[in-house]
Design a protein around this ligand. Structure first.
Ligand code: ZN
Length: 221
């Protein structure tokens, strides 16, 4: 054991030669000198869950000023509130104790330019594997899709009605986020056939007291 070896870490290098990743590992060796020591876990440590796209131009930590340990960030193609997103949100909100949800889509998303069939064909041609079962979703109107995903999160039975949910559109040209849809935490969204309606908690009659934000969603289908 050398004098400079970090005796606190149980992990050791498993190979000497990994050139494809050496740039990342070199950066990390410098990063550990600046990384703050983690405080003991005190519940609830994470206060925010962010659902956003995998697009490499989005840096949610920098864009939203998220300190280490503050937010859980869940990414998938498009930042969509479908597939495995409900599981991640349920765990974040109820196991880890997060209190707010940000759904952040972005301009110029790749999902607005593809068709699922073409994408599956390209994957099949590149690998020879059957890609017909891959859940690939195209986005038509980006603003509408964001509103739809916020409504899906808001109406999830796993998201308490007291949890604030907001939809942000991240502009990849300048990094600015624009709030596109905010659904009040004290409002429950009900999906009825093809329409959405809302009612205040603890009373009210369906379709009475529809909030302006809910009406925005209502016109999507
Ligand atoms: Zn995207």
């Amino acid at each position: 054991m050398t004098g400079d070896e970090d005796t606190r870490s149980p992990y050791r290098e498993v190979a000497d030669d990994h050139p494809e990743f050496e740039d990342l590992l070199a950066t990390n060796r410098a990063y550990v000198d600046t990384h703050p020591p983690l405080a003991p876990v005190v519940e609830p440590v994470p206060r925010l869950v962010v659902l956003t796209c995998i697009d490499a131009r989005i840096d949610p930590v920098a864009a939203l000023g998220l300190p280490v340990g503050y937010a859980q960030i869940f990414r998938n193609p498009g930042g969509l509130a479908t597939e495995e997103a409900p599981t991640a949100l349920a765990l974040s909100l109820h196991w880890f104790g997060n209190g707010r949800v940000v759904v952040m889509h972005h301009t110029d998303c790749g999902l607005t330019k593809l068709t699922p069939e073409r994408a599956r064909r390209r994957i099949r041609e590149g690998t020879g594997a059957d890609a017909s079962g891959l859940a690939i979703t195209a986005i038509g109107d980006a603003d509408e899709r964001l509103r739809e995903d916020v409504a899906l999160v808001r109406s999830s039975p796993f998201v308490r009605v007291t949890v604030p949910v907001i939809g942000l559109m991240f502009d990849v040209t300048n990094g600015r986020v624009a709030p596109l849809l905010w659904l009040r935490p004290a409002t429950t969204i009900f999906r009825i056939g093809c329409a959405y309606a809302s009612r205040p908690i603890g009373g009210g009659v369906l379709f009475r007291g529809v909030s302006p934000s809910a009406q925005m969603v209502r016109n999507q289908c």
